[in-house]
Design a protein around this ligand. Structure first.
Ligand SMILES: [Zn+2]
Length: 776
């Protein structure tokens, strides 16, 4: 076991070679800051640092900085580092940081010294504690120390590897300092926090050397530039495929025990899973129990520096594995020896990426515990035990895998990765004079996709407004015509009050919509008066709505609510409501007639609403049914509205009441209650002859108006809506039979709407049907 562990000679308290700094020394701090400021100014001014040295990159060596943080990344980076060192066009810079410098992890910086690399900086960047917080703090510490080093080294390219938190600080720092980054092993998927870190580094990096074709395709789908992606294979495979695995005697006796034969031992390497520390500790516990029970020669490697590793070390000690005759422990094994162990072990158990990647090259049986490597591509040598929650399951897996031999798999490399990477770096050299700005290759955006997602998250809905003489109502209405929320206020008498109230109610409704998970597509307004729907203007209104002529409704509401706005008159809206949600569904030619306080309607011909040349079509209340007759709100007289509207009935009711001829037993008028059309209808139903006459006259007038419509338009349906409709429908049918042309009368269907809110629903339907168009 490698227990030696001092930091590099004379390196304690230093950030990098030759620049000992006392952080409390003010002068040195000032100097440091001005150095930083100078560097920053150079970068901000857009003048590349190397130009200030008068050196064109074509006339000098390319400075390639390799930063290594632990034994695992060094095993991938070392082959590239050797090649860079041997290349006369390259100047290799080496930064050593992270767990390399920590005794508990084997002080692996020594490997780098043994390989005779000149190290340009040692950075102590690990905050001890082995928990999530200390990992985050370590990233922060590295971010504090790295800029200094990069300012000094001025690399043209920084090579980072993998998915460790150290690598994230390296990539973050380099990206912020406009240093080009080559990321090795991006695009892979493992299934832990490592994924987030790996993909983040991908986004920060300018170049990618990946290992598998799937990884390459993932990089492309992450919007990376195809020209900057190299499918290299894994650099360790170069060494892996050229090593002599038969040369095992010394290695096996050194690490596992004297006289141990190939295949007669197990290697265990289990790292904590940082997103599920508790679960992974339990799994480690169970694995040790299972291995103790299986009881063959077993080599247990100490875990990496992830959060939770300290607890694992404690578990090893608790079982006294240090003194167990069949167990040996190791903090660090040099990579070339590790490969030989891997090639000759009877089984590798744990969750190390070495099991997935390196072991495949030898067909070594692997048991992968838990989810840490679950997403990675693997050969058939790997047996996944996802729920390793009992000792029995793990033991069963060991029995299945131990001493088997699988076909070798070469998913991760063909032995020529380094050669490819070097060719790639030479190509990058040509880019150095180009702007560093990284471009992301976004795929064309698909509208349908985003709409589908919206639809899953939120109900596509409309805000509908019904602005009548009496009430101002706002509702949230779903694509299916469901009224999800409704508000009602009395319609204020002046324009300004009306607009204020309307905007206030709409703002409130949009907030309510978020609460109800509704995506508001737009606002549909149904209003009394003549409307130009193309411009969203109320052109003119009768006395029912004062101060409601030449009003632009669309612009102020659209700009306050940031939503598209449609406006139409209430009769037209009612017709649209019937068409989408009511009895007009499926009918191409029909007329909606609203009989409420006033009379209005809408005409649908050939599936389209008829607006007319001057937006005056379907003013059905003003169909003349008499040469003289009562005065109408429109200024004329004898209009159907002046006979059959709520206002007309009220007028007649008042006349009867004034003559004391309205009230009959059963019809009551409470103290101070206003006489309305309702009372005349009640009185008629209870046999008041004078009241019956009023209602009959109203039916006659409405029937005549409908005859006019039949003879003008010949619709298939007439849909009566409004609160008076049920009282008129039979009378209207009777008039038609009596007075309309038989061919028109026989085919027509007169029906009463079953929609509670045709105008509101119609206003919503404009939004829901036409949300992609400005006009309809
Ligand atoms: Zn009129």
């Amino acid at each position: 076991m490698n227990t030696a562990g001092v930091a590099p000679d004379g390196q304690h308290g230093q950030d990098h070679l030759g620049q000992k700094r006392d952080p409390h020394d003010l002068a040195s701090r000032r100097q440091y800051r001005s150095l930083q400021a100078r560097a920053r100014n150079k970068m901000l001014s857009g003048v590349p640092d190397m130009d200030t040295e008068g050196l064109n990159v074509k006339n000098r060596k390319m400075r390639v900085c390799v930063a290594t943080c632990n034994r695992a990344d060094y095993s991938k980076l070392a082959p590239v580092m050797f090649a860079l060192r041997d290349d006369p066009d390259m100047e290799l810079q080496v930064v050593v940081m992270g767990s390399h410098l920590i005794d508990d992890y084997g002080s692996t910086y020594r490997m780098i010294q043994q390989d005779e690399f000149e190290v340009d900086g040692y950075l102590h960047t690990i905050v001890r504690g082995e928990d999530e917080a200390s990992m985050a703090e370590s990233v922060g510490l590295a971010l504090v120390k790295l800029p200094d080093v990069l300012v000094r080294l001025k690399p043209d390219l920084l090579i980072v590897h993998g998915d460790r938190f150290d690598a994230l600080s390296l990539a973050t720092c380099a990206a912020l300092m406009n240093v080009r980054i080559l990321h090795i092993e991006g695009g892979e998927v493992s299934g832990t926090i490592d994924d987030s870190i790996r993909h983040s580094i991908t986004k920060l990096s300018h170049y990618h050397a990946c290992c598998t074709d799937r990884a390459r395709r993932r990089l492309l789908s992450m919007c990376e530039d195809n020209d900057h992606i190299l499918l290299a294979g894994c650099p360790t495979y170069d060494k892996l495929l050229s090593c002599n695995a038969k040369n095992y005697d010394n290695v096996l006796s050194k690490w596992v025990g004297e006289g141990v034969k190939p295949k007669d031992f197990i290697v265990a390497l289990q790292h904590p899973v940082t997103t599920d520390i508790k679960g992974s500790l339990k799994m480690f516990d169970l694995m040790l129990d299972a291995l103790l029970e299986f009881n063959v020669k077993t080599l247990v490697l100490f875990p990496n520096i992830d959060a939770g590793s300290k607890e694992m070390t404690r578990m090893i000690r608790l079982r006294g594995l240090e003194h167990h005759p069949n167990f040996s422990l190791a903090k660090h094994i040099p990579y070339d020896q590790f490969i030989i162990l891997l090639a000759n072990t009877g089984c590798l158990i744990g969750n190390s990426s070495a099991g997935i990647r390196e072991a495949g090259a030898f067909g070594t049986p692997v048991i992968n515990l838990g989810n840490r490597q679950i997403g990675r591509e693997a050969g058939e040598n790997v047996l996944h035990v996802r729920d390793a929650d009992t000792k029995g399951k793990i033991l069963h897996a060991v029995n299945l895998q131990y001493q088997k031999q699988f076909p070798c798999s070469y998913i991760y490399g063909d032995g020529h990765a380094v050669q490819r990477i070097m060719k790639f770096i030479h190509k990058i050299r040509n880019d150095l004079e180009k702007p560093i700005q990284k471009s992301f290759i976004f795929p064309p955006m698909k509208d349908t996709v985003s709409q589908d997602i919206d639809h899953i998250l939120e109900t596509q809905s409309a805000l509908a407004v019904d602005l009548g003489g009496t009430n101002l109502r706002v509702a949230i209405i779903s694509q299916q015509g469901e009224v999800l929320h409704k508000m009602s206020e009395l319609t204020p008498p002046t324009y300004e009050q009306r607009m204020d109230l309307l905007v206030r109610m709409l703002v409130e409704a949009t907030s309510k919509a978020v609460e109800l998970s509704c995506r508001i597509l737009g606002i549909g307004i149904s209003t009394g008066g003549r409307v130009n729907p193309h411009e969203g203007m109320v052109l003119h209104s009768t006395k029912i709505l004062e101060e409601w002529s030449s009003i632009d409704l669309r612009t102020p509401i659209s700009s306050k609510l940031h939503l598209p706005v449609w406006v139409d008159n209430d009769g037209n809206c009612a017709a649209l409501g019937e068409k989408k949600f009511g009895k007009g569904k499926g009918s191409e030619d029909f007329i909606t007639l609203i009989v409420g306080t006033g009379i209005g309607g809408g005409i649908v011909l050939n599936n389209e609403l008829v607006h007319g040349a001057n937006f005056c079509a379907a003013e059905l209340g003003h169909i003349s049914v008499s040469m003289d007759g009562p005065d109408c709100m429109c200024g004329s007289s004898g209009c159907v509205e002046s006979y059959a509207s709520g206002i007309a009935l009220q007028r007649e009711a008042k006349k009867l009441h004034d003559a004391d001829e309205l009230l009959v037993p059963g019809v009551h008028l409470r103290e101070g209650e206003e006489v309305t059309g309702k009372h005349v209808i009640q009185a008629a139903q209870l046999g008041n002859k004078k009241a019956e006459k009023v209602v009959e006259t109203a039916c006659e007038a409405l029937g005549l108006a409908v005859c006019t419509l039949l003879h003008t338009v010949n619709p298939s349906h007439i849909i009566l809506c409004g609160h008076l409709a049920p009282h008129y429908v039979d009378g209207v049918r009777e008039v038609i039979q009596r007075r309309a042309l038989p061919s028109a009368a026989n085919s027509i269907q007169i029906m009463v709407s079953d929609l509670e809110e045709p105008a509101l629903l119609g206003a919503a339907s404009i939004v829901l049907e036409y949300a992609t168009r400005r006009i309809y």
